[in-house]
Write a protein that binds this ligand. Structure first.
Ligand code: APR
Ligand code: PHB
Length: 402
């Protein structure tokens, strides 16, 4: 039996696990990353693509932002369409913050490359992890590495294995409390090989359902449509997707470039938080601990922010024997997590007609949209939450002395 000894065993090579491994490396803490899928799968998975300013700054500050700076697009605002009107909100003017459009899988590729160049690439294809001894002297992970049975012994386990991962489920029954909400709709997402209709994102609220026009590059658009929660993709041939996008996004015949569609997928809408985010030697980060509906694109940003808090806490423990930040991990993260949950839930409620919504509710929603575009105070508050002003992982890491 092969035995691997490390300080931190990281389960999952998504943004949470990879950012954590990268920061620990910079802090001189040893880790191994164990990922169930193969590298091509992880690097090709299309997810959200909006980086809050603090997330982009963190990648830049820690030396993995060069391609993002070349290929990503900095956005100073976005457009909101409803009732046949177009409104622009400038986050740069409202709160001095921008966001960067850069696909999550591009962030993942850059981080895997950095790990590989540092001589510690993730182990891919590890799909049989069994977590044990979380409350003993050292945690153990049993799995198969390179075809051989192996045991990984670590001081700590970072559960970065997403919502369906194994680490959260390995905590003894009754130790964690889950808070959960599902929404009565989903998003159908596609990539279009077509230049975006404009330079900024377009959020369109329409009585037939919400639509979002986002982008990945000057030649690739990313489009979403609100659909039923159990929607069957087979019922959405490309012509129907195009027609529905046009109806919802361009009610006054605004331009929309068309091109071949690919990567069709349905994203369910769920809010989920588990408390606490730690148990014994296990610390959960990212989607393993919390899920937000995709409306405000907070998932990736929260994952990065957890990773920064956890890396700082582990570094404090190894450098100074200071256990305080590790003990406070849940408290520090949950403040941000619940704030982002609240914004994501309220944005989801604002933008989507609920099935069976009555005329009263529809008018209340319109009144809230009007207040957003008509009140400077409302717009500023929105811009602060949208750009993640109060949760800046780059500032948190600089503050931690790294
Ligand atoms: N063993 C090892 N790896 C696992 C296991 C397992 N049992 N189960 C899942 N994984 C891997 C997945 O294959 C995936 O690569 O863990 C990784 C988790 O990555 P993400 O799902 O991307 O989660 P996270 O890193 O927390 O990032 C959150 O990703 O899901 C999006 O929209 C979400 O943007 C958010 C972000
Ligand atoms: C995306 O590009 O995937 C995206 C952008 C903004 C959002 C949600 C998703 O609010």
């Amino acid at each position: 039996m092969r035995t691997v000894r490390t300080q931190v065993a990281i389960v999952g090579a998504g943004p949470a696990g990879l950012v954590l491994a990268h920061l620990l490396h910079l802090d001189g803490v040893r880790s191994v990353v164990l990922e169930r899928r193969d590298r091509a799968y992880v690097e090709g998975r299309v997810r959200a693509g909006l980086l809050e300013q603090g997330t982009a700054d963190l990648l830049r500050d820690t030396g993995v932002g060069r391609r993002m700076d070349r290929e990503g697009q900095v956005h100073e605002g976005f457009e909101l369409r409803f009732d046949g009107e177009r409104h622009r909100l400038s986050t740069a003017e409202l709160c001095g913050r921008t966001v960067t459009m850069y696909g999550q899988q591009e962030v993942v590729k850059d981080l895997i490359r950095a790990r590989t160049e540092a001589g510690a690439p993730p182990y891919f294809g590890v799909d049989d992890i069994a977590v044990g001894d979380l409350t003993g002297d050292a945690a153990t992970l049993r799995c198969t590495l390179g075809g051989q049975p192996a045991v990984v012994r670590a001081d700590f386990v970072a559960g970065c294995d997403g919502f369906h991962g194994v680490t959260r489920r390995s905590v003894s029954a009754g130790r964690l409390t889950a808070y959960e909400r599902t929404y009565p709709f989903a998003w159908l997402g596609v990539l279009a090989a077509a230049p975006p209709a404009g330079e900024e994102l377009i959020y369109a609220v329409h009585e037939r359902g919400f639509a979002l026009h986002s982008m990945r590059s000057p030649t690739v658009s990313r489009l979403y449509l609100q659909v039923a929660p159990d929607e069957d993709l087979a019922r959405w041939p490309d012509d129907r997707i195009r027609a529905e996008l046009r109806t919802r996004l361009c009610p006054a015949g605004e331009p929309l470039h068309e091109g071949p569609l690919s990567r069709h997928g349905i994203t369910s809408m769920r809010g989920f938080v588990v408390e606490p985010m730690q148990y014994g030697r296990l610390f959960l980060a990212g989607d393993a601990a919390h899920i937000v509906p995709p409306t405000a694109a907070k998932g990736l940003n929260l994952a990065v922010s957890d990773a920064v808090v956890l890396a700082g806490a582990l570094a404090a423990w190894y450098a100074r024997g200071d256990r305080g930040p590790l003990d406070g991990y849940t408290r520090t993260c949950l403040r941000h997590v619940w704030r982002a949950q609240d914004f994501s839930a309220s944005l989801t409620r604002l933008f989507h007609p609920y099935p069976g919504e009555d005329a009263m509710e529809a008018r209340l929603r319109r009144a809230r949209l009007r207040r957003l575009v008509g009140s400077g105070a409302a717009a500023t508050s929105f811009a602060e939450e949208y750009t993640g002003l109060a949760r800046d992982p780059a500032a948190a890491r600089r503050g931690a002395g790294a």
